[in-house]
Design a protein around this ligand. Structure first.
Ligand code: ATP
Ligand code: MG
Length: 513
């Protein structure tokens, strides 16, 4: 072969090696193919790639050419041992033009000696360096030729080893990234599970304890659950709790808001579509049923589903299979269904707005969320919980809710239930500039006679008096009944405080420790 031909061969080898390494994430596969290329274009008789096992500190063969691979796999070298071991230790290449003359040549593989009987071999071993650290070696055996330019050979194999090293580096980065994402995902899932743990559902009233009881009973089964109750009572919270306390907890929880999606979109959202199913369907898209496979599908506001989707949903519930829009393939899924509604379903059925057969399919295990006004003892627990949450969120040092404000919260009828209470407390936290939530921090709906359930009309004088009394009581609470300090706090005199205490019949002893 003349020089020109040989140079062209080399370039072709580089190109092929580069393409092989760039074309896959299966590194060991790619390395085997790189060795094959070297065998084909470069008269390499035998070749191996060895990698350092970071734990055992041994060199093991990950890819080989011209050898019995299973045998080769068992061969191990330590750093410093033999020529390969030395290359790894020093990070410097070694060339042995005639291996029959080299005593350091261990030939654990045994094959080279066998081959030697036929023809003398040369041995080239170059380190694979990642960030200047040797992580492995590339070894090649060529037929010995006295006129061979071993310097050139060394350069050639060093370039190949550099290319392999680059691929290893990229692979490490991707692996590290994958590992990080995996850990992050596990962490997030754990966080979700904790968030929807029972301990985060606030309330101790007996109607709510009954709900906990039902959730515990049903969570670990695959039973379809129908959550009913007024708006803002915590249906979605309970749906999450069921999922995260079930055997499906590590699988997806997918929500479909039936009311939020326009009629034309709901089917494609639920069942997905094939490319070209309708104008604009540029690719295949999985529906929520498919996404929830193995996990839970939460159909929120089921009472708002249109009749045609109700029919399709009924079929899925009966047969547990469906087709994507514009598709023919039947898809089977394993999902647990939880539905929720604040509608009067019986009325909707009577008015033919909801199919009775679908209703029976959904209403297997019903859980009714009690309205807040029927569990007054939860109001305070929830108010305290939200106070802490929003004070922290908005960086405010609010300690408590004043007694009159508590009275207002307790006597209000809460048509918007827990959501309304949550919003009320968040607003109060925002407008409160001291460390106590007072009655006047609450919205006007809670202050009116209808709101508080009292029928007397509120006069300015009475309102001012209530406010004054409220402030004095609070000051006395803070100062543990010390009138002098309370007066100072309110920027008034001890004499006035004394007079007001008498007027409002405040019992100072109550605040003494
Ligand atoms: N027992 C509870 N403990 C703590 N937070 C609660 C509780 N019940 C409800 N909440 C909170 O109140 C808000 C409203 O609850 P959720 O969204 O579950 O109500 P919903 O019944 O689904 O209402 P809608 O019918 O309007 O969708 C949420 O922010 C939820 O976290
Ligand atoms: Mg909801």
């Amino acid at each position: 072969m003349n020089t020109e031909q040989s140079e062209a061969r080399k370039l072709k080898t580089f190109l092929e090696v580069g393409q092989t390494l760039a074309g896959t994430f299966q590194l060991t596969d790619a390395m085997s193919r790189v060795l094959m290329t070297l065998g084909r274009h470069h008269e390499m008789v035998y070749g191996v790639v060895m990698m350092l096992d970071q734990e055992t500190k041994q060199l093991g063969i990950v890819a080989s050419h011209g050898l019995d691979h299973d045998h080769a796999r068992r061969v191990k070298y330590r750093a410093g041992e033999g020529i390969t071991g030395r290359v790894l230790q020093t990070g410097k290449p070694i060339v042995v033009p005639q291996i029959s003359l080299e005593p350091a040549f261990l030939d654990r593989l045994g094959v080279l000696k066998k081959a030697l009987r036929r023809r003398e071999l040369s041995f080239i071993c170059v380190p694979i360096l990642v960030n200047r650290n040797p992580v492995g070696v590339l070894c090649a055996s060529l037929h010995y030729r006295a006129e061979r330019e071993y310097e050139h050979e060394l350069t050639f194999f060093s370039i190949i080893a550099t290319m392999v090293a680059q691929a290893i580096k990229v692979n490490h980065l991707i692996e590290a990234d994958k590992q990080r994402l995996l850990e992050e995902n596990t962490h997030l899932k754990q966080e979700l599970r904790e968030r929807y743990d029972f301990s985060h559902i606030i309330g101790n009233s007996s109607p709510l304890r009954e709900v906990y009881e039902l959730v515990t009973q049903v969570a670990r089964s695959n039973t379809t659950v129908l959550l009913r109750g007024e708006s803002g009572t915590g249906k979605e919270l309970i749906a999450h709790a069921i999922h995260y306390n079930s055997l499906r907890a590590s699988k997806p929880f997918i929500k479909v808001s039936c009311a939020a999606l326009p009629e034309t979109l709901i089917e494609s959202e639920l069942f997905g579509y094939e490319k070209g199913a309708f104008t604009g369907a540029q690719g295949r898209k999985k529906g929520r049923f498919e996404l929830a496979d193995g996990g839970t599908l939460f159909l929120d506001e089921i009472g708002d589903l249109n009749i045609s989707t109700q029919i399709k949903l009924l079929r899925v519930l009966q047969e547990r299979e469906f087709e994507r829009l514009g598709g023919t393939e039947t898809i089977k899924v394993n999902v647990r269904l939880i539905a929720a509604t604040n509608k009067d379903m019986e009325k909707a059925i009577a008015e033919s707005q909801f199919r009775e057969d679908l209703y029976y399919r959904l209403n297997v295990f019903a859980i009714f969320m009690p309205p807040l006004r029927e569990r007054k003892s939860d109001i305070l627990l929830l108010a305290d919980h939200f106070l802490e949450k929003y004070a922290r969120e908005h960086g405010k040092r609010i300690k408590r809710i004043s007694t009159p404000a508590i009275d207002m919260l307790s006597s209000y009828h809460w048509p918007g239930n827990v959501r309304e209470l949550e919003n009320t407390i968040e607003r109060a936290v925002l407008v409160c500039e001291t460390n106590v939530i007072h009655g006047h921090h609450l919205p006007p709906t809670l202050q009116t006679a209808e709101g508080s359930g009292t029928v007397t009309t509120l006069k300015l004088e009475t309102a001012v008096e209530a406010y004054e009394r409220d402030m004095i009581q609070d000051a006395l609470k803070t100062t543990r009944g010390n009138r002098k300090k309370a007066a100072k706090m309110l920027d008034t005199t001890e004499r006035i405080i004394g007079y007001k205490v008498k007027k409002y019949g405040i019992d100072c002893d109550r605040f003494r420790p």
